[in-house]
Design a protein around this ligand. Structure first.
Ligand code: CDP
Ligand code: MG
Length: 650
């Protein structure tokens, strides 16, 4: 590697000085010695101490990439993988994608030359399929281990296994100051290397009474801080894109109204779907005299460190996946975060100086209403995909897989059952060739694989296709109405894709998110490649929507809902659910629906629904439904109408 000696950064100093100022730097030699001595090492350090950006560089400098070996570092979040790789490339003065790269789903920014590879934990899992012993890596860093995502948990088991026969592989498990003893215990008492943090005191304030509207409370708190408190940037934790956009708009609107009465307030959002150039903005230093407020998802809890934060506003919520193993239903729900999360959030205020954290909940709620720690994702998710992946790696005995925290037995059994029902597993529990959703195969029998491909791709980015800025709601909704076609949301998405020009201009005019469309195209290309590999022909239904709706039914027959008083009921579990107000079928309310997913916001909503006929269910899933369950109430005798019939009148 030949690197320019001292690249310059926006602070005007060399990166060398910046790197040397990080808390991890004094421990560089000790750390390298410990890594040399032990195969598996747990590394604990305060967020921002330099674990993610520095350790891979130290390893590179120490020769771990000699002979073309790679150092892999996993991140639970796409945004973190991208932004950290970009930062490290900058520090090293190389072009991103050359020596330093990242790999996230549908986006591979690496090359032959890449030796430091940041990637999502899910991508490393996939690499096991092509390289089961990870032979091209000399070091694997499982970073942000405390997040305990589903993929990270699976990696733990797989990597512990390969470390036994690959004695040359170094495994580093890096985590914020949480749970490190448990990691050590799981990895056969691996030693824990602690990087002492530099942390300033953080004063914590609670509200006296619960807040009715935490969004409004956030906005008010930001403005209060801005007007009354000493200089220093503000970090606000919200649960998702919609909330964050709303909050940013409210803040900007109020600042506009206050005009020159207040100092400049820079409002910057950060969430996973934000375009990367916008994401990068949060790291720009705040100009003198102004104040920066970053409105973030819990990505800013530990994955990203923003310098200069003195004030944290924490409403105490996060969006969490939850899974009901009895009904097989997965939903994304806004729930109170854990005390561990709340403490991490507060910690963000004390990195550069003494800080303040404003918790928008009561001290009582903190003590009594929040869980101690977040439940690992593996215990609250559908395991279907993981089971498929492990099975394709030849791991058949899932009950005895080395899980750090095993998933509930019933969840595992349900996943196996569902895969069996879909035809992906045979009665021996072995993989059949049908690894992808059955709808592909059904669709080809019915000559609409072309359309089904598009729909699957669009569904994979479904919640971010339509752009609906607050100040142009009417225009946006009109634009959306123009895409509506009969039959349901899947067909609307198909219509958007078919009509879409490949230009940003077209997307802009039609209130479609360009980035999402581009992603949908990438996904579609990938799926098309897959169909090609399994030799399934891509054919079109030539405008006929019936086979398409049947194909969706074949793939998602277990997501059926039937109209009942006031709403819908799921067929198998009789759960009450509603059509999402954004759906094209919101007013129509057809008798039978297939939904793509359930989300719980104010009610249990079905997102992306398509109209079907109950008879199709018996056709595509005779093993799953009995005709009695599908009896249409409309075909039963209708109550007699008032008045007399012709015959009676005689
Ligand atoms: O992984 P850990 O939380 O220990 O720290 P890190 O992500 O390596 O961050 C070390 C330093 O790099 C922090 O002071 C961050 O502010 C800075 N950094 C940055 O400015 N921009 C990034 N994209 C990533 C890190
Ligand atoms: Mg980190």
């Amino acid at each position: 590697l030949s690197l320019p000696l001292s690249p310059r950064n926006s602070y005007g100093t060399g990166w060398r000085e910046v790197r040397r100022s990080l808390p991890i730097f004094p421990y560089r030699e000790d750390l390298l010695a410990a890594i040399n001595e032990h195969q598996i090492l747990v590394i604990e350090g305060e967020t921002g101490s330099g674990k993610t950006t520095q350790i891979p560089q130290y390893l590179l400098e120490d020769g771990y990439t000699n002979g073309g070996m790679k150092i892999g570092c996993t991140q639970p979040r796409r945004v973190a993988a991208m932004s950290v790789a970009a930062r490290v490339a900058q520090e090293m003065g190389v072009k991103l994608g050359n020596e330093v790269g990242y790999s996230i789903r549908f986006e591979d920014c690496t090359s032959e030359r890449t030796v430091l590879k940041y990637m999502t934990d899910g991508m490393l899992l996939r690499e096991f399929l092509t390289e089961p012993d990870l032979a091209s890596y000399s070091v694997i860093i499982i970073d942000e281990a405390h997040e305990r995502t589903l993929h990270t948990d699976i990696l733990f088991g797989l990597i512990k296994d390969i470390a036994r026969f690959r004695s040359d592989l170094k495994v580093l498990v890096a985590s914020a100051t949480l749970d490190t003893e448990r990691f050590s215990c799981f990895f056969d008492e691996a030693p824990v290397f602690r990087i002492p943090g530099r942390r300033f005191p953080v004063d914590i304030f609670y509200t006296k009474a619960p807040e009715a509207d935490y969004l409004e409370a956030c906005v008010v708190s930001v403005l209060q801080i801005h007007v009354t408190q000493a200089p220093g940037d503000v970090l606000v934790f919200l649960t998702g894109q919609e909330e964050i956009e709303a909050c940013c708009e409210m803040l900007q609107e109020r600042c506009r109204r206050l005009g020159s009465k207040i100092a400049e307030l820079l409002v910057l959002p950060i969430y996973a779907n934000l375009p990367s150039d916008m994401q990068a903005k949060i790291f720009n230093p705040t100009p003198p005299g102004a104040r920066k407020v970053v409105v973030a998802t819990n990505i800013a809890e530990t994955s990203l460190t923003i310098d200069g934060i003195i004030y944290v506003i924490d409403p105490g919520f996060c969006k969490q996946k939850s899974y009901n193993a009895r009904t097989g239903m997965e939903s994304l729900i806004v729930t109170p975060c854990s005390r561990a999360s709340a403490n991490q959030r507060a910690g963000r205020a004390g990195r550069v100086a003494a800080g303040k954290c404003f918790r928008l909940y009561t001290a009582w709620a903190f003590k009594h209403e929040m869980e101690e720690t977040t439940v690992p994702e593996i215990q609250r998710t559908n395991l279907g995909n993981v089971v498929l992946l492990l099975k394709s790696l030849g791991i058949n005995d899932l009950i005895h897989f080395d899980f750090m925290d095993p998933p509930p037995h019933e969840t595992l059994v349900l996943a196996l059952e569902q895969l069996y029902a879909l035809g992906a597993l045979n009665h021996m529990g072995e993989l059949t060739k049908v690894q992808t959703s059955l709808s592909w195969f059904y669709s080809t029998r019915n000559y609409c694989s072309e359309e089904v491909l598009t729909i699957a791709a669009m569904l994979s980015v479904n919640n971010s296709i339509f752009y609906r800025p607050k100040d142009k709601v009417v225009h946006a909704d009109n634009a959306r109405m123009n895409f509506v076609v009969p039959g349901g949301d899947h067909l609307v998405l198909l219509n958007v894709y078919t009509q879409s020009g490949y230009s940003t201009q077209w997307c802009y005019e039609n209130f479609i998110q360009f980035r999402s469309m581009r992603r949908a195209r990438d996904v579609r290309d990938q799926l098309e490649g897959l169909m090609d590999r399994i030799e399934v022909e891509v054919v079109s239904s030539q405008g006929d929507s019936l086979p398409i709706r049947k194909a969706v039914t074949a793939g998602y027959f277990y997501h059926t809902a039937r109209l009942s008083k006031g709403g819908y009921k799921t067929v198998k579990h009789q759960q009450t659910v509603y059509v999402h107000p954004n759906s094209s079928l919101f007013e129509e309310q057809p008798r039978w629906l297939i939904y793509h997913e359930l989300v719980f916001t104010t009610k249990e909503f079905m997102r992306q629904v398509i109209e079907i006929e109950s008879g199709w269910l018996l056709e595509v899933a005779p093993h799953y439904y009995k005709s009695k369950e599908l009896e249409d109430s409309s075909s039963k005798k209708m109550p007699r109408k008032q008045g007399k019939t012709k015959e009676e009148l005689g």
